[in-house]
Design a protein around this ligand. Structure first.
Ligand code: NDP
Length: 453
């Protein structure tokens, strides 16, 4: 069977056996198509049925989460943990609390996580979880009761050497704290079963900053390869959560000017550069709408989502040198990419998971815009989570500077590995192909070593 037929067959079976999981198919197709040159060079992956195996999670757990709201009413949500692949280490990947969460979304995130974790060079397998619970508008008490109920079931499936979840959209330090507390109450053990913990109780310094910082380090590496750097560059950033805020912070450190941010209700364009202190106050401290930013900064423009030009995300209509999509999946489409190209954007560096649609990626690559794919560019978060696990296991605490310096070198290694692999397989500079092949190869070879697993 030709390699293309093999890929088509696996795609077809996946779609037939898991109906309706659109985002999952999108993630699988991107990886499988990138593997073509590797599969041609090394028939062992076909002979060992690796593609058929790797697209099926080792285990997926779906559970009922029941909790009481402030009015005394019983509320119900669905909880998920997909333990996708443990060939190279314990499952590792975040928990997402957002009303859009369903099994297909958790599977796409878990599938991406396998290759991302592999690329870090660390011993961590791939997993992801979450719930369709919406933290927005809930009191602290409601969030706590939900997290406790969620952990009652999750606690049966995680462990320091088994599965170590972390945060993602809607899950930050507060939620990790409530879940960690409940795990400790249930088991009586103080263990590193979650990462992103508070620094007073087992968390790592620089974990909060790591995904955003890592994404900017990655962009720096891409530019350095072209004898360029971030100094003086104009950057557009979407989102205003954990990843976006620390992307903006590191951009300033590196001499660039971030001029946008956004949330699910609208976007801010501040030609003077986003005021980080105001953004942190509005988002991290007070969890308010970005509209508040425009009240504090009269030079800035606030555009609500309903007034975006039809079919586009207004963030990508702002002229920039580099774009950092850092909110959510499929937030940058073909029209957006055409706008970026027209306005002179040179690099798209993905802080969010799968933020760019397949058509937009195709257009970007065809038009010479450099591309930092999510599994390479945003791997700094999970890599630093693993550094948190190492500190927990050895009962050590490293300084901010030490963790940050390890993060920086991990991001450089990921870039080099992705670049060198793209070159080895005849696609020099195509970091999507390089990252997918390098991430896949280590996992697939480990699966072969371990027999029929
Ligand atoms: P947060 O919850 O901290 O922030 C998410 C941001 O994205 C918010 O500004 C939110 O706006 C916005 N957003 C979420 N959903 C949508 C939507 N459907 N449309 C428009 N805006 C939306 O999450 P993170 O910053 O942690 O995560 C952002 C992205 O980065 C995700 O793709 C995540 O998977 C990825 N990522 C995160 C890592 C981490 O360490 N945290 C690691 C690697 C990847 P609002 O508040 O209005 O909902």
């Amino acid at each position: 069977m030709s390699v293309q037929n093999y890929i088509d067959k696996v795609m077809k079976t996946t779609m037939q056996s898991t109906p309706g999981q659109t985002e999952f198919y999108q993630a699988v197709e991107e990886v499988l198509m990138s593997l073509e040159p590797l599969l041609k060079a090394e028939p062992k992956y076909d002979e060992q049925n690796i593609l058929e195996r790797i697209v099926i999670p080792e285990r997926q757990i779906l559970f009922r989460v029941v909790w009481m709201d402030d009015s005394g009413k019983i509320q119900t949500n669905i909880g998920y943990r997909v333990q996708f692949n443990s060939a190279i280490g314990p499952y590792k990947g975040g928990l997402r609390f957002h009303p859009s969460v369903n099994l297909g979304i958790i599977k796409f995130l878990g599938f991406e996580q396998i290759f991302k974790n592999s690329l870090t060079g660390l011993s961590i397998g791939g997993g992801k979880g979450g719930s369709n619970f919406d933290p927005k508008g809930k009191s602290d008490g409601e969030i706590m009761r939900f997290c406790q109920s969620f952990m009652i079931e999750l606690s049966k499936h995680i462990g320091e050497t088994r599965d170590v979840p972390a945060g993602d959209i809607g899950v930050g330090g507060r939620e990790i704290g409530y879940m960690f507390g409940e795990y400790k109450r249930l088991t009586g053990n103080f263990e590193g079963i979650l990462t992103g913990k508070g620094v007073n109780w087992g968390g790592s310094l620089a974990r909060t900053e790591a995904t955003g910082f890592g994404s900017v380090y990655f962009a720096g590496n891409v530019l350095n390869k072209q004898d360029d750097d971030l100094e003086g560059k104009i950057a557009t950033v979407s989102g205003s959560g954990n990843v976006a805020i620390y992307t903006i912070q590191k951009l300033y450190d590196m001499g660039a000017k971030p001029v946008t941010c956004s949330d699910s209700r609208g976007m801010i364009y501040d030609k003077n550069g986003i005021d980080l202190d105001s953004l942190k106050l509005i988002k991290e401290a007070n969890r308010q709408s970005l509209e508040e930013y425009a009240k504090l900064h009269t030079d800035a423009t606030y555009l609500p989502v309903h007034s975006y030009p039809e079919g586009t995300n207004a963030v990508w209509g702002v002229p920039c040198d580099i774009a950092f999509p850092s909110a959510t999946q499929n937030e940058l489409n073909l029209e957006d990419m055409k706008n970026l190209h027209k306005n002179g954007c040179k690099l798209v560096c993905e802080g969010a998971n799968m933020p760019t649609t397949p058509e937009a990626i195709e257009y970007m690559l065809a038009n010479g815009i450099m591309y930092g794919p999510a599994k390479a560019a945003n791997a700094g978060g999970v890599a630093t989570s693993q550094l948190e696990m190492s500190q927990n296991a050895s009962m050590q605490k490293w300084s901010f500077a030490e963790v940050d310096s390890q993060l920086r070198s991990i991001m450089k290694n990921i870039f080099d590995l992705s670049y060198d692999t793209s070159k080895e397989f005849g696609f020099e500079g195509n970091l999507m192909v390089g990252a997918n092949i390098a991430g896949f190869k280590k996992v697939a070879d480990s699966m072969i070593d371990q027999g029929a697993v």
